[in-house]
Design a protein around this ligand. Structure first.
Ligand SMILES: *Cc1c(COP(=O)(O)O)cnc(C)c1O
Length: 219
């Protein structure tokens, strides 16, 4: 099937209130254009340089989401145009995003990455750490960022029940954090292999790559 067909069949399967981030990492601009020409506008990348290059080569009404782990010293390269940063997991990074938001005269939307998987390799904060962060004095002074919600990745496993439990814990954590920050709207969870489970568990935003663009050469 073509990228357009994959995209349309995916859109037909998911409820309308779910935002679909088409994860285009490692894929050429031609592939992104196919999705763009089919009407899609939200794309996710996990590497700063790749996202910057694609931003310069593609139409400027694309919403670029940074879904990868973001290093502090690279925030400045995307601060002028990024639509949403999914992987914020510490105050120092958030402060840098705020600083670059100020420089670019914009408010940068962020999600706090919560560690829901059992694997050590996955990034993220605990819900308690996130709560401490968003209720701290330092956080209140950050006027050029807006926390829109949370993001999480489930353990890489065939055990659907475990994945479901992890996504449900993120949904629960989101609702806890929402009591301290009421303009939160977004739970970013679910990828090609588990978006149905994520949607059942309360996801509002899924990040899907290979089901749209085909498998990648490297991860
Ligand atoms: C690559 C990636 C995805 C998409 O993965 P697929 O399995 O190809 O859908 C989603 N989220 C993050 C954080 C990723 O790095």
């Amino acid at each position: 099937m073509s990228i357009k067909e994959n995209l349309n069949s995916l859109k037909n399967q998911i409820p309308e209130h779910i935002t679909l981030v088409a994860v285009s990492k490692t894929k050429p601009v031609e592939d992104i254009l196919q999705a763009y020409n089919a009407g899609h506008r939200v794309f996710g990348e996990n590497k700063v340089q790749e996202m910057v290059d694609k931003f310069h080569s593609l139409p400027n009404d694309i919403k670029w989401h940074m879904i990868g782990h973001l290093q502090r010293n690279k925030v400045k390269y995307i601060a002028g145009f990024v639509d949403l940063i999914h992987g914020v997991d510490n105050l120092k990074l958030l402060k840098e995003i705020n600083k670059q938001g100020l420089k670019n005269d914009r408010i940068i939307n962020c999600l706090i990455q919560i560690k829901i998987a059992t694997e050590d390799s996955k990034f993220g904060m605990s819900i308690n750490e996130a709560k401490e962060l968003i209720t701290s004095e330092e956080f209140k002074n950050l006027e050029n960022i807006s926390i829109k919600g949370v993001m999480g990745m489930a353990t890489f496993t065939d055990d659907k029940r475990q994945i479901k439990n992890e996504f449900e814990s993120l949904d629960k954590g989101f609702n806890e954090l929402k009591t301290s920050l009421n303009d939160m709207t977004t739970i970013s969870m679910g990828m090609s292999g588990d978006y149905n489970i994520a949607i059942d568990a309360g996801s509002t935003m899924i990040r899907v790559g290979s089901s749209i663009f085909g498998s990648r050469q490297y991860q």
